[in-house]
Design a protein around this ligand. Structure first.
Ligand code: URA
Length: 446
């Protein structure tokens, strides 16, 4: 078999066989196929697409490129949750402890920030001492005893994804349904959970820009999950503005703690209720969504959800004094207000641009080698639908690098669209996709 024949076949719009997909994926993962040829294949896939069978074979080939974790040492139903990536998305910090407090096992492997989107591990590392480095035995022990552990992706888990993703990132081939589905589902399958809840983001700050594409991506991922015997539900959610008010690392930990204590922003709380109840439903603990949500609300009110977060942080070496007193978290040297140039209502906040502005402030990496400023970030004082007066604060920026405040504030200003008259609000949740089909009745307003 020759890689040039495979590239040509896909370039001409023909269907690839399982053998051809295996050859290309495993060849690239093991360094036998060079970047330039795999990049050509990725671009051919981008334009000509992969059908359902090819997407399933791509996912399986990626899973087979490395280890598959056996979670049988963890008792009970194991539920995983994955977001396709957004801005201000700190749901894992809330859902992990919340769902674990309900008695569900959450063994989770998370990632770091990517481009304009933040990463769960970077956020948690704002708590000093917190580490995802632990042996598999320790990971299992924490999940068995606390209900939750968060680890990092290892070199052995889906090595093909690491290489392919890095190449997609620099060849403009990230936003393709089959490639995203293969990337996400290969990691979910290899990390071993029985049940999977996917948060498929749609909008300006997401990889999918239309709800039609997001539902299609959800359907493809659900089909792949169900095809390998993992019950999978995809929730299609809005990413046309950042989630909550906080964007950064320590600043997002603060907002997550507030939400675990029942004092979080409404959109973040409501989304966690939706995703959390889906996690309880797939686990079989409840059969009615209203009961699952009532359970989650009770766990927040009683303090059990926050207590679980505290226990999880402590078990992974984090300093709980910073959880109990958020002013002990990394504090920035500089902060500055972004003031509104006009009076009216906020119609839009470009999420992607806000994410990029947080990277400029130091909250994300500009290059692979960049060191994150854990205290850097943005607090959005105004969200879509809010009224604003000229000169009033739209947002506040935080950083240790004063020079970055000017450029970041400019980016934030251009992200806000302020017009007279109230805007129509996007739904927070557009619907769900499961083995039962597409359900658009769950539409949740902000
Ligand atoms: N998240 C992933 O893990 N992979 C993608 O391709 C996109 C989002």
């Amino acid at each position: 078999m020759r890689i040039t024949d495979i590239i040509l076949k896909k370039r001409n719009g023909l269907k690839l066989s399982k053998e051809e997909i295996d050859f290309a994926v495993l060849g690239f993962a093991t360094g036998k196929i060079p970047d330039y040829q795999f990049a050509a294949l990725l671009m051919s896939i981008y334009f000509k697409g992969l059908d359902r069978d090819e997407t399933v074979e791509l996912t399986k080939a990626m899973v087979n490129s490395g280890d598959v974790i056996d979670l049988s040492a963890i008792k009970g139903v194991k539920v995983d949750k994955h977001s396709t990536g957004g801005v201000g998305d700190k749901t894992t910090l809330i859902l992990g402890p919340l769902v674990a407090a309900a008695g569900i096992k959450v063994p989770k492997l998370s990632g770091r920030g990517l481009g304009h989107t933040g990463g769960t591990i970077d956020k948690l590392e704002a708590i000093s001492g917190f580490s995802v480095d632990m042996s598999q035995e320790q990971f299992f022990k924490n999940v068995n005893e606390i209900g939750l552990a968060i680890g990092g992706q290892t070199k052995e888990l889906v090595p093909a994804d690491k290489k392919i993703y890095a190449l997609r990132d620099v060849t403009c081939t990230v936003d393709n349904i089959s490639l995203i589905a293969g990337s996400v589902m290969s990691k979910k399958i290899a990390s071993g959970a029985d049940k999977i809840v996917l948060d498929v983001k749609v909008g300006d700050g997401a990889f999918m820009s239309t709800t039609e594409d997001a539902f299609q991506l959800g359907k493809v991922m659900v089909d792949i999950g169900e095809g390998v015997g993992r019950e999978t539900v995809a929730v299609i959610t809005d990413m046309n503005q950042p989630l909550g008010h906080a964007v950064g690392n320590a600043i997002e930990v603060v907002e997550a703690i507030a939400t675990l204590k029942g004092n979080g922003p409404k959109d973040l709380h409501d989304l966690c209720m939706e995703l959390g109840s889906q996690m309880l439903l797939v686990s079989g603990l409840y059969s009615a969504k209203s009961e699952a949500q009532a359970c989650l609300e009770k766990l927040i009110k009683s303090g059990a959800a926050f207590a679980k977060f505290r226990a999880f942080i402590q078990a992974q070496g984090g300093n709980v004094e910073q959880v109990d007193d958020i002013f002990k978290l990394p504090q920035p040297e500089f902060s500055s207000e972004v003031v509104s140039p006009a009076e009216g209502y906020v119609h839009k906040i470009g999420a992607r641009n806000i994410g990029l502005a947080s990277v400029v402030l130091g909250a994300g990496r500009e290059t692979k080698e960049s060191k994150i400023d854990l205290s850097a970030g943005i607090y959005l004082n105004k969200k879509v639908g809010d009224s604003v007066k000229k000169g009033e604060s739209l947002a506040r920026v935080f950083t240790n690098n004063k020079e970055k405040t000017g450029p970041a504030k400019e980016m934030i200003l251009t992200s806000y669209v302020i017009l007279p008259g109230k805007p129509l609000l996007n739904p927070l949740v557009y619907g769900t996709v499961s083995a039962k089909g597409i359900n658009k009745e769950v539409l949740l307003k902000c």
